[in-house]
Design a protein around this ligand. Structure first.
Ligand code: SF4
Ligand code: SF4
Length: 307
């Protein structure tokens, strides 16, 4: 399989950008950025980020003998929005759980191209510095909002990687920069965006409503979840990406994973109190990530007076 044939197959499957990078250690800058973020405790309760920090330096820890990283971006800007009078549900959660959807697409391509035995698919599932590799593979550059910005599409993209023991000629890394316009910082209701484009998760509504487990006890977390934006979040917060002027929904149709009608109209009363019913009704959606108890915590925090 040659590089351009594989790229064409991946684009055909729904990726909006596909780039190839030669595997190797992550740069010192990238390593320092991660170390600084961890030292500042901005990873909040994600202790696994700390445990996996050393593993991220070397792709051989994920797939021994990795020669190439194939970095992919899948746009997720939805064609239809939820009504604004419903509690906020992050736009990434409108369709089928993207981990499942993207893995299925990529699995088919790797099987059709007969290279699956030399590859490992990573979608938030392995210690890989995904933005570093995406920049190295030339598919985008880092925004001040911490997201990868794909030229012509913007920051609303899911990232995935295929690590492979096959050697492919690399693409040129991206050396572009975002506009540094400050719109993302101004849009963030909690001051979570840091000067080095990282996020202080202790005060990020996205982290606090999706990844954080149990009650919010940290004073920064409580303050963030008591903002108007925090009180309106059923799941997630996209303000730092939707504010970005580099966002271009029209160029990124969400055809590979269309919105589910049930998610577009989801209200707190649609969340059942029974675990078994919750799992049945929301199988294959992003709601399973926080789980029922944490969703009920988010619902209890909603300001429903004006809904
Ligand atoms: S997701 Fe929301 S709270 Fe988190 S950094 Fe972006 S704008 Fe701020
Ligand atoms: S909003 Fe402006 S500063 Fe923030 S990522 Fe987009 S272009 Fe960069």
């Amino acid at each position: 399989m040659n590089r351009e044939g594989l790229r064409a197959a991946l684009l055909e499957a729904g990726a909006a950008a596909v780039g190839f990078a030669t595997a190797g250690p992550v740069s010192e800058d990238e390593d320092l950025r991660l170390r600084g973020w961890l030292a500042s405790e901005h990873h909040a309760g994600m202790a696994w980020m700390e445990r996996h920090a050393d593993l991220r330096r070397n792709l051989d820890n994920v797939l021994p003998g990795t020669k190439t990283v194939i970095s992919l971006a899948f746009p997720y800007a939805p064609e239809r929005e939820r009504p604004s009078d419903l509690p906020y549900l992050s736009r990434y959660a409108y369709g089928t759980d993207y981990h499942e959807a993207i893995r299925s697409l990529l699995t088919v391509v790797l099987e059709q191209t007969n290279i699956s035995s030399s590859c490992r698919i990573c979608i938030d599932s392995a210690p890989v510095s995904e933005r570093f590799w995406a920049i190295r593979a030339g598919i985008g550059y880092r925004g001040d909002n911490g997201a990868l910005i794909v030229p012509g599409i913007g920051p609303e993209v899911f990232l995935a990687e295929i690590l492979t023991t096959i050697e492919f000629e690399p693409d040129s890394p991206s050396n572009a920069e975002c506009l540094h316009c400050g719109a993302c910082r101004r849009a963030c209701p909690t001051g979570a965006l840091q000067p080095d484009s990282t996020i202080d998760c202790r005060r990020c509504i996205s982290y606090l409503t999706i990844e954080h487990s149990g009650p919010w006890t940290d004073p920064d977390a409580i303050a963030a979840m008591h903002t108007v934006a925090g009180r309106n979040s059923l799941l997630g917060c996209d303000r730092c990406v939707t504010a970005c002027p580099l966002r271009n929904d029209t160029s990124s149709p969400y055809t590979w994973n269309p919105p589910l009608p049930a998610m577009l109209a989801l209200t707190p009363s649609d969340i059942p109190a029974q675990q078994s019913e919750f799992k049945r009704r929301f199988a294959h959606t992003a709601l399973l990530r926080p789980g029922l108890q944490n969703l009920l915590r988010n619902i209890a925090n909603l300001d429903l007076r004006s809904k």
